[in-house]
Design a protein around this ligand. Structure first.
Ligand SMILES: *Cc1c(COP(=O)(O)O)cnc(C)c1O
Ligand SMILES: [Zn+2]
Length: 391
């Protein structure tokens, strides 16, 4: 590991590396910074191309773990980036590709964040930790905690996909269903953590998850031969995926490994729970209007993202935007993914629905390269009773 520290995204103050997520001065989000001069000699295109680790640990210089040997790993990352000829034809796009994040351990990109976060907990001997989640964060955390021998406590809204709840239990996590939304699950942890001695590994509460998710950006750059795509479409909830991608591209730029414009980052949310879309349009957030109860229980359903200002600023800086899509559009996009041979979760389908919307609105030029993120697998969202009876 290279020398690293934390920097506040709001007041720019630097603090020592610790497992905290908020600036002690201003409560802004803290992100990890590395000594780039130390990373530069070994983090090179040539060295990376010779590395055999088919996992995110191939980028160990820019991860905050003391030694790759202490990594808690289940084989996360280095997922395929696959061209989509039939979609290109249908959309009139020169190049469209899918980053197949559903192929991660536990079937979602959340594995990346928890591989790094749980490694940090493990290096520090933390014995018990808790996470609020809409599903995939809980099951990813549960798997890595099991691997590390850490006691896992997960809290999920009661309407979350039952197979994912079952998956958490399978990894041995103490699993609690909560009435309400993910922030209600978070409040349960806040109320219990001191008394129970839990570390709270919720979104932006510690620096590891963003660092793990950032490797998606490194992989895209490396898999594209160090030329970044024009547009990236990402299903967004708490936002650490977007923060991670943006951070990755900035670090690669600082190392001189990529140049030119950064990809336009486009967040997709579902109608009914669209705080990022509203914030981008400077519309008042309907977070407490109850509208979110109409949104389906997916990773995008986060009525109160922990740092909305940071997300708005990142999307704006990249020239990107945020779009909302309806449940019917998501279902139809899921079938379109199926015709491409891809099993897409509702979130992964939302990215395609979002792209269709933007293409119609002329938001994307035909000669641009677009990467869609399929963040999870369709199968995790089936309800057990529906499996035998579906048309
Ligand atoms: C958590 C999740 C998201 C949202 O990601 P954030 O980084 O929290 O914005 C998208 N898709 C899936 C499948 C998820 O589990
Ligand atoms: Zn600050």
């Amino acid at each position: 590991m290279n020398k690293c520290w934390l920097r506040c995204t709001r007041c720019s103050r630097k603090t020592d590396f610790r497992l905290i997520g908020k600036c002690p001065e201003c409560r802004g989000t803290l992100l990890v910074e590395y000594d780039m001069d130390q990373a530069r000699p070994t983090f090179t295109k040539k060295n990376l191309s010779r590395r055999s680790e088919a996992s995110l640990w191939r980028y160990h210089e820019l991860l905050p773990i003391h030694s790759p040997k202490s990594a808690v790993s289940l084989g996360e990352g280095w997922t395929p980036l696959v061209r989509l000829p039939s979609l290109e034809a249908r959309l009139g796009l020169k190049r469209a590709l899918v980053k197949r994040e559903e192929q991660n351990p536990t079937g979602s990109f959340k594995a990346r964040g928890f591989a790094v976060a749980v490694s940090l907990l493990s290096e520090r001997g933390i014995a018990k930790a808790a996470v609020p989640s809409n599903g995939n964060a809980a099951s990813a955390f549960a798997a890595y905690a099991a691997r590390a021998g850490i006691e896992a406590h997960v809290f999920l809204p009661r309407d979350c996909p039952p197979l994912i709840v079952e998956e958490c239990r399978l990894y041995g996590a103490h699993t609690t269903l909560v009435d309400g939304m993910i922030h209600d699950a978070g409040q349960r942890i806040d109320a219990l953590q001191a008394e129970q001695g839990w570390f709270n590994a919720g979104t932006l509460r510690e620096p590891g998850r963003v660092e793990g998710k950032k490797t998606m950006g490194f992989e895209i750059a490396e898999q594209f031969g160090w030329k970044l795509p024009d547009v990236i479409v990402y299903p967004t909830g708490g936002g650490s995926g977007i923060i991670g991608l943006w951070k990755a591209f900035n670090e690669l730029q600082a190392l001189g490994l990529v140049d030119g414009c950064l990809p336009r980052l486009i967040s997709v949310q579902e109608e009914g729970c669209r705080p990022i879309v509203d914030a981008m349009a400077s519309a008042p957030s309907p977070a407490d209007s109850g509208a979110e109860r109409t949104a389906s229980p997916t990773g995008m359903r986060v009525p109160l993202p922990p740092d909305l200002d940071l997300l708005v600023s990142i999307l704006g800086k990249t020239g990107g935007t945020a779009v909302a899509v309806g449940q019917d559009e998501i279902r139809s996009a899921q079938r379109t993914w199926g015709t491409c041979g891809i099993s897409a979760s509702p979130e992964g389908a939302a990215t395609l629905a979002g792209l269709l919307k933007l293409r119609e609105a002329q938001g994307i030029d035909p000669d641009e390269t677009v990467v869609l993120f399929n963040t999870s697998h369709a199968l995790k969202y089936l309800t057990p009773l529906s499996t035998g009876t579906h048309e």
